[in-house]
Design a protein around this ligand. Structure first.
Ligand code: PLP
Length: 431
């Protein structure tokens, strides 16, 4: 059994003063049972908790640490920027360089605005789409997560497909009514929603590869179909690339699947581990943002110099390495083929979804293509698998409905440990 004494003590203390003991809900391990581990430090492929246990990290801070932890280039860039002050609240050269770099990497982005999180990016993007089109409603897909802005916290109960109901107390009914819900990977459902709400839809927002109901790929032609529909109907197509941006390719999922968005939201990797987000896209739309246009959006710490230094170091590295994404994908391919081999050895037929360096093992034999099929997964079994993996030194995302993120810091030794841990954990489940 893991020695978790100090983590447990910290969790006790935390629960007195922090809601649920954590600053973001999924960290509390509620979906997998047990108590959360408190981390002390991390380097490369490994996390170290407060009790001195070491884990191979398969979450990587929910995506940002694509190069592994404490990457030297990023650390040094921060150290170099520190003596010049932590914040100015005035424009800096670094922000210009950052904007130029993002635009050079993501072809559909002609102008970009920096913010402090993925949530801010998506909230700002839909306000902008509404301001630009003069329309109120947005379409969001079931099972996609876009941060905790009110408009996105809408569930799609079966009776609520066309009329959103709030998923969280505190979201007003009025807000919920403006968010229409459609299932993922179902072009027809969206076409119907659009025809029922002709001329009323400002934006369609989606994760071009879903990562927040586990990893789900867009089916062939799906993104292209959405692109044509939005063109036909004057709807702003927003790709939420907070997870996929700079991960699936330099230009994100758009590059990988050959479909361009009107607006793109970014986060995670773009800050190299610092709190950063961004939204950008077509020049004519972005020119609606204040102060060049009427749509207001601002931020005291936006474009923060330390965050920009970290993000620039991260993006420059990804931009300059030849074959970085081929190599990263090769690591993920190896992990997935090892896992498939293990499943076969044990006679298990669970589903694995993978797109580049994002993947999920679903405890179901069904094809997982949307929220309904993702929900066929046996989450109790996932919880036990998660705890077995932890005992064997592998830190997975503590929920079935999260993708895993492969980092470039994983080497042969870690891959072998992962395979052995998967074998032992899956075997233990069937005892
Ligand atoms: N969009 C997507 C696709 C995400 O996965 C997330 C967070 O996981 C967000 C937006 C929100 O980003 P943040 O947590 O930085 O606010």
């Amino acid at each position: 059994m893991l020695n978790q004494n100090r983590s447990n003590q910290l969790f006790e203390r935390a629960q007195n003063f922090i809601p649920g003991g954590v600053n973001s809900p999924v960290r509390a391990f509620r979906a997998v049972g047990g108590k959360p581990l408190f981390m002390q430090k991390a380097k490369g492929a490994y996390l170290y908790d407060e009790d001195g246990n070491r884990y191979i990290d398969m979450i990587n801070s929910w995506g940002p640490m694509i190069l592994g932890h404490a990457h030297e280039g990023v650390q040094q860039a921060i150290a170099r920027a520190l003596p010049d002050s932590l914040s100015f609240g005035a424009p800096t050269a670094r922000e210009v360089e950052m904007a130029e770099l993002i635009i050079s990497m993501v072809p559909s982005i002609e102008k970009v605005r920096m913010v402090n999180s993925g949530t801010e990016a998506t909230m700002s993007a839909i306000r902008l789409a509404r301001g630009f089109t003069g329309r109120d409603k947005i379409i969001k897909l079931e099972g996609c997560y876009h941060g905790h802005g009110d408009s996105f916290l809408i569930a799609a109960g079966s009776g609520a497909l066309t009329m959103g109901t709030p998923d969280s107390p505190g979201v007003t009914r009025g807000t919920a009514l403006d968010t229409l819900i459609a299932p993922y990977n179902n072009l027809q459902a969206i076409e119907q929603l659009v025809s029922e709400n002709k001329g009323a839809i400002a934006a369609l927002i989606l994760e071009p590869v879903a990562g927040n109901m586990g990893c789900i790929a867009p089916q062939p032609g799906y993104l292209q179909g959405l692109r044509s529909l939005c063109d036909r109907e004057g709807i702003v197509l927003i790709f939420d690339e907070v997870m996929t941006g700079f991960r699936l390719a330099k230009g994100g999922a758009q590059e990988r699947f050959g479909v361009q968005a009107d607006l793109t939201t970014l986060g995670k990797i773009i800050g190299g581990g610092m709190p950063v987000g961004a939204y950008g896209g077509r020049r004519d739309i972005m020119d609606f943002v204040s102060p060049s246009g009427p749509v207001y959006q601002a931020g005291t710490l936006s474009g923060n110099p330390i965050a920009m230094a970290a993000g620039m170091a991260m993006l420059s590295y990804l931009n300059e390495q030849t074959d970085f994404y081929q190599q990263l994908d090769a690591i993920a391919n190896r992990i997935v083929s090892d896992l498939k081999e293990v499943l076969q050895q044990l006679g298990l037929r669970y589903t694995i979804n993978q797109v580049g360096s994002m993947y999920s093992l679903f405890f179901t034999e069904q094809n997982v293509i949307d929220y309904d099929t993702a929900k066929t997964s046996d989450t109790e079994r996932f919880g036990r698998y998660f705890r077995h993996m932890l005992e064997q030194g592998v830190y997975l995302a503590p929920s079935q409905y999260e993708t895993l993120f492969v980092s470039a810091a994983l080497g042969e030794q870690e891959l072998q440990q992962l395979k052995t841990a998967s074998y032992e954990s899956l075997k233990a489940l069937n005892r």
